[in-house]
Write a protein that binds this ligand. Structure first.
Ligand SMILES: Cc1cc2nc3c(=O)[nH]c(=O)nc-3n(C[C@H](O)[C@H](O)[C@H](O)COP(=O)(O)OP(=O)(O)OC[C@H]3O[C@@H](n4cnc5c(N)ncnc54)[C@H](O)[C@@H]3O)c2cc1C
Length: 574
């Protein structure tokens, strides 16, 4: 395994939605800037957008405003979000949408040229090739892209993040990437709980299976403050194929139980979490399985639905064809997925400032890896990428010319040796075996799907101690190749995320988000818990400390870093 040291002004880790947008923005801000993106897969087909999408879920249609967007997101999240972050996203949503349209994204329009609404805050697109469009723009901007390159630890010197260690599987290389500033955009974490499908279909999950929480884990190890891991995200999806239910619901699908009853009518406050919770309850109380019933729709509406699904989730359409199912009696079975940790649908991630700086100097975060702002989706990830890039470029300009001459030879030796030790280990467990163990622990003791997502302290404490044993076991793993080593690394990432998750789940002694975080021992939502549960793992002792942070309304965030909010938006063109 060869070592390669490179230098760059700005390092973007993860070439997904947020990372691509950040890289393009940085080059636009300063065309002289040397910007490098490292991407674990290939930038043309990676992350959440890999398979394409058919809607932009966060867009302000006429009548909507950044304020109404904040109101909606806060209400859907039971009153607890970072108002400043959500509002700032609201200010940028339409601008980034127009931008990606200019880059080539096809947005569907009516006869008058207006975007076609899917709901008050979403529009229809033909986004099968969304990722390629972003990749082309990154290339056009003159950004250096290292594909098949997975970051696994930050380089941290004198308290500042100044690059990352990464592995390139194609080149069989150990990369040391020194950077003046780093943007983490590695997405969220999947595969912490037992997936819905098993065996060779285990990767048929909602969230990308290769978003394994690397960015979270690197931050946790380096001592960054993290927020709201306990707000897990569980998607309500079409069984087996894990197709999105939103497209069916917006087409007019009715959520019914086995008896054909529209069970959501029994609940008063229908939020995203509640749609899932109600379905889980129907199943638990013997009235499942549940369905989205489309039988009443006119034939042309069903055809249109099938067409739009072909651009995002063709599996479901193929399954209908396979079963020779008649469109007239179309009814799809729905269920919840495994829980994920994801800051773009829920709000688990780095605790960040309005400028998207993390608590670690030199490090910024954007997209699903950044916390505090749920329902940001793809356009929110773009807005955060843009803000993070502008902030990083400003900071880079302040650094001395010779900043990258820092001596990190000892760090390089240690990290290289760590990889070599696993590669040279003739014995030890395979990562896949421990991955299954991890998923079983989380499934059974930390509210997996089979447990109706329910949580209680006694079981969570068992999860904590079983994870401790697992962690000890994970110190003796083997890898016969760099590819195997990546699997080891992914396992370690998931364990780090799971450990922090357990502490968050234990700490919040209420039920704030039904099904995402349902405590059997604290079933009520409590006023005094309208606050953030944050954590920080000490890089020295490994101990996880919980930090409470108060909720603040938008008005209470009147200023940011000695300037008014409005000045900030003006400066950032939002
Ligand atoms: C199945 C699915 C459907 C969705 N549909 C819609 C929709 O219809 N409309 C909508 O608005 N939003 C949708 N979303 C949400 C939206 O796609 C995401 O919120 C957004 O893409 C998040 O951007 P991100 O950059 O944070 O993550 P991603 O786009 O996932 O990018 C993360 C990138 O980091 C890379 N990476 C991970 N680990 C490493 C590492 N160690 N080193 C280097 N690179 C790494 C990954 O390969 C990936 O390319 C959907 C999400 C999913 C999962």
């Amino acid at each position: 395994m060869e070592k390669k040291i490179i230098k760059t002004d700005l390092l973007v880790i993860g070439g997904g939605a947020a990372g691509s947008y950040a890289a393009v923005t940085a080059r636009r801000e300063d065309p002289e800037l040397n910007v490098t993106v490292i991407e674990k897969a290939h930038i043309e087909r990676s992350g959440c957008l890999a398979a394409g999408i058919n809607a932009i879920n966060a867009y302000l249609n006429p009548g909507e405003t950044p304020e109404s967007y904040l109101h909606y997101v806060k209400n859907d999240s039971y009153g607890l979000v970072r108002d400043d972050l959500v509002y700032s996203i609201g200010r940028g949503l339409n601008k980034v949408t127009r931008e990606v349209e200019d880059w080539g994204l096809k947005i569907l329009k009516d006869e008058d040229g207006n975007y076609l609404k899917r709901s008050s805050r979403s529009i229809k697109i033909e986004g099968e090739n969304f990722k390629e469009i972003l990749a082309d723009e990154v290339e056009r901007s003159g950004v250096r892209v290292l594909n098949k390159t997975a970051a696994f630890n930050y380089i941290k010197k004198d308290g500042r993040v100044c690059g990352a260690f990464a592995l390139n599987l194609r080149e069989d290389r150990f990369y040391v990437i020194k950077a003046k500033a780093v943007i983490c955009a590695t997405g969220g974490a999947a595969g912490i709980y037992e997936p819905n499908n098993s065996g060779r279909a285990k990767h048929k999950m909602w969230y990308p299976p290769f978003n394994t929480g690397a960015g979270y884990a690197m931050g946790i190890r380096a001592g960054a403050e993290m927020t709201t891991f306990e707000m897990r995200f569980v998607a309500l999806r079409v069984k087996d194929v894990i197709a999105p239910t939103g497209s069916f619901a917006f087409a007019g699908g009715r959520q019914v139980n086995q008896q054909g009853e529209e069970y959501l009518k029994k609940y008063s406050r229908i939020t995203t979490a509640m749609r899932l919770y109600a379905t889980v309850r129907e199943n638990k109380e013997g009235r499942g399985p549940c369905y989205l019933d489309l039988g009443h729709l006119e034939a042309d509406k069903k055809e249109k639905l099938a067409e739009s699904l072909l651009g995002m989730c063709p599996g479901v359409v193929l399954k209908w064809e396979d079963n020779q199912q008649e469109f007239s009696e179309l009814k799809v079975e729905i269920e919840g997925t495994e829980p994920y940790i994801v800051g773009g649908h829920c709000q688990s991630g780095y605790w960040i400032g309005l400028d998207r700086s993390t608590t670690l100097p030199g490090l910024f975060a954007a997209g699903d890896v950044a916390g505090g702002a749920p329902k940001k989706y793809v356009t929110g990830a773009f807005v955060e990428g843009e803000i993070a890039a502008k902030s990083a470029v400003r900071e880079i300009k302040e650094l001395p010319q010779n900043f990258l001459d820092i001596n990190i030879s000892e760090l390089i030796t240690n990290e290289y040796q760590r990889v070599k030790t696993v590669l040279d280990n003739p014995e030890g467990a395979a990562a896949s075996r421990l991955e299954e163990k991890l998923q079983q622990i989380m499934e059974n003791y930390a509210g997996g799907r089979s447990q109706y997502y329910e949580l209680e302290a006694s079981k969570l404490k068992q999860a904590r101690s079983k994870l401790k044993e697992l962690k000890a076991e994970s110190r003796n793993l083997k890898a016969d190749s760099l590819r195997d080593f990546l699997a080891v690394q992914e396992l370690l990432e998931r364990i780090d995320v799971a450990e922090v998750l357990i502490e968050h789940l234990l700490y919040r002694e209420e039920t704030r988000w039904p099904a995402y975080q349902s405590r059997l021992d604290f079933p009520q939502r409590k006023k005094e818990w309208r606050k953030f549960v944050n954590s920080r793992r000490s890089p020295v002792t490994g101990k996880i400390e919980i930090i409470e942070r108060e909720y603040k309304s938008l008005e209470e965030y009147s200023s940011f870093a000695d300037r008014s909010q409005e000045d900030f938006y003006l400066e950032y063109n939002l």
